[in-house]
Design a protein around this ligand. Structure first.
Ligand SMILES: Nc1ncnc2c1ncn2[C@@H]1O[C@H](COP(=O)(O)OP(=O)(O)O)[C@@H](O)[C@H]1O
Ligand SMILES: [Mg+2]
Ligand SMILES: [Zn+2]
Length: 266
């Protein structure tokens, strides 16, 4: 089944087995999940299985998880030649009647080390022209219903690319028109994300997004996670070496925190 709550991204994510998502991905993201540190896994979506090289590998089954055989059945329908890569993860919006969702691309650099020079140049140009370079964060999509509005508001990644800092700031004001307790939760979760970025100087969170999913009906339901690890880098043998904290990602999280704190009392 098509996943209705997907607001960004290229590949079409499927909703499977009620509360899980099947994301077609590339080997780099499959590997990111397979090698993920425990602390990074805590701020990433719960990834139960990774399917890669024709094999279904268990990462960390969630407490409403399903048998590998059930998942394999679905994958074999999707992927007849078995060369694909898939993530099987928990749907962060599961059970929400009125989810308020936003995807913010993090960092001042969005491209991976392993793409063509041409593609890198495109990323660099896009970054320079958008809030990616000025704020370390760019709107990639959002979907929510404003107070006293019946119609849903949808913001596309195209819109995000045209935003000045001021427009971005205003957009955040509109999105975060939520109860104070929910704002506090987002701030707390962002601080956790910042702590992980700060303590992993060998990692570069290129292309990652902060995904924020807030339930407009149940006040206690707030999830802020880091997603999309297809382009992330880490210092390993035969890869570029990174030694200091990812300042671009830190800048994005800090700016978002500043925006939230500035509206804290509203
Ligand atoms: N675990 C999840 N729970 C809920 N929604 C998710 C989850 N993972 C991804 N999504 C949705 O799918 C979109 C695309 O996911 P992402 O990992 O960024 O894919 P891509 O690599 O195609 O950019 C996100 O913007 C979000 O709306
Ligand atoms: Mg994405
Ligand atoms: Zn699971």
């Amino acid at each position: 089944m098509e996943y209705q709550q997907q607001i960004g991204g290229r590949a079409e994510i499927m909703k499977i087995l009620g509360d899980h998502l099947l994301k077609p991905t590339i080997i780099q993201e499959a590997n990111s999940y397979l090698k993920m540190s425990r602390q990074l896994a805590e701020i990433a979506p719960d990834c139960c299985f990774v399917y890669t090289n024709g094999e279904l590998l268990e990462i960390r089954k969630c407490n409403s998880c399903h048998e590998p055989s059930e998942i394999m059945k679905i994958i074999s329908m999707m992927d007849s030649d078995s060369f694909g890569n898939f993530l099987i993860m928990r749907d962060m919006a599961h059970g929400m009647n009125k989810p308020r969702i936003m995807d913010l691309k993090l960092g001042t650099r969005t491209h991976s080390d392993f793409i063509s020079e041409e593609k890198k140049a495109l990323h660099i140009r896009k970054s320079a022209l958008t809030t990616t370079s000025s704020l370390g964060i760019r709107l990639c999509g959002a979907r929510f219903t404003r107070k006293d509005d019946r119609q849903e508001t949808q913001w596309t990644k195209g819109l995000g690319k045209t935003m000045s800092n001021e427009k971005f700031w205003n957009a955040m004001k509109i999105f975060f028109d939520i109860p104070q307790t929910q704002k506090v939760s987002v701030v707390r979760q962002l601080l956790k994300i910042r702590a992980v970025i700060e303590s992993s100087p060998t990692h570069r969170y290129f292309g990652c997004s902060v995904l924020i999913i807030i339930d407009d009906e149940e006040e206690c339901n707030v999830h802020t996670k880091l997603i999309d690890f297809a382009s992330m880098a880490r210092s390993e043998v035969d890869t570029p070496q990174y030694e200091d904290v990812d300042e671009g990602a830190m800048m994005g999280v800090n700016n978002l925190l500043q925006i939230l704190n500035a509206q804290g009392s509203s």
